[in-house]
Write a protein that binds this ligand. Structure first.
Ligand code: PEP
Length: 251
């Protein structure tokens, strides 16, 4: 069956020292606790290796927030999936709305990034989601289907290695959360689309996370929905005190 996952996305918010301190705080907060989901932190490139080291011996999995579409070579400033994997990290966020918006990431590029991630044993956390106008014009399902098309280039086996995050862009960092009914509607839509593209078993085994102003107060209701398998968390992942209640929402 599919995994329950709570993953943090630290974005560009932590220096190396702050990242190590945050990872250590989270490791300490989790020590001796029985948790009912996988816990992941995706960190800026500069801290992935140090955070992977800091959380050793804990249940915390580590990831990056992006990877290069290229394998290796003369690509100044880029960080390859193999470099990320070499730190011990196991995850990579791909297609986050901020990458799509500020870096023009499109399906063609994201297909290459997916292939790089999978070839290097990383689990992609692949983000999809509509902007406010697309929700208001009721075109959000076709937008999401269009974004899913990048994943649908994968074999069923490779698709099965991916995690999906539904993040309505209008809810990211805005304090506006999709209602649990709005989120569930899209999660169920995505799962039905996967079943149509591959089959029901693949769909049932895919973890689909919700992201967008998720916090301790709304996580229990969101996670109670049948097709919501956890969260991708921005702001509330920046302190162990605010991240832990989301993890603990999985009773
Ligand atoms: C995100 O950007 O992945 C996110 C969900 O952010 P926030 O929780 O701050 O809305």
């Amino acid at each position: 069956m599919r995994k329950k996952i709570v993953a943090g996305n630290w974005k560009m918010n932590t220096t190396l020292q702050e990242g190590i301190a945050l990872a250590s705080d989270l490791k300490n907060a989790l020590a001796g606790k029985k948790v009912n989901c996988d816990v992941v932190v995706c960190t800026p490139f500069i801290s992935v290796a140090a955070v992977a080291e800091a959380v050793k011996g804990s249940i915390i999995g580590v990831g990056a927030e992006d990877c290069s579409a290229q394998d290796k070579g003369a690509f100044t400033g880029e960080v390859s999936a193999s470099m990320i994997a070499s730190t011990g990290a196991k995850y990579v966020i791909l297609g986050h709305s901020e990458r799509r918006q500020y870096h023009g990431e499109n399906n063609a590029l994201l297909i290459q990034k997916l292939q790089q991630a999978l070839a290097n044993g990383l689990t992609p956390i692949f983000c999809v989601g509509e902007i406010k106008e697309e929700r208001e014009s009721n075109t959000f399902k076709s937008v999401i289907e269009g974004q899913m098309a990048a994943l649908y280039t994968l074999s069923a086996e490779d698709f099965g290695k991916c995690v999906i995050a539904y993040e309505p862009v209008w809810a990211i960092g805005t304090g506006l959360t999709a209602t649990s009914a709005q989120a569930e509607e899209v999660h169920a839509f995505i799962r039905a689309s996967i079943a149509e593209k591959y089959n029901k078993t693949v769909a049932d085994n895919t973890s689909i996370l919700y992201g967008g102003s998720c916090k301790g107060s709304n996580a229990p209701e969101l996670f109670a929905q049948p097709d919501i398998d956890g969260g991708l968390i921005g702001g509330a992942a920046l302190k162990a005190d605010t991240f832990m209640p989301i993890i603990e929402a999985w009773k």
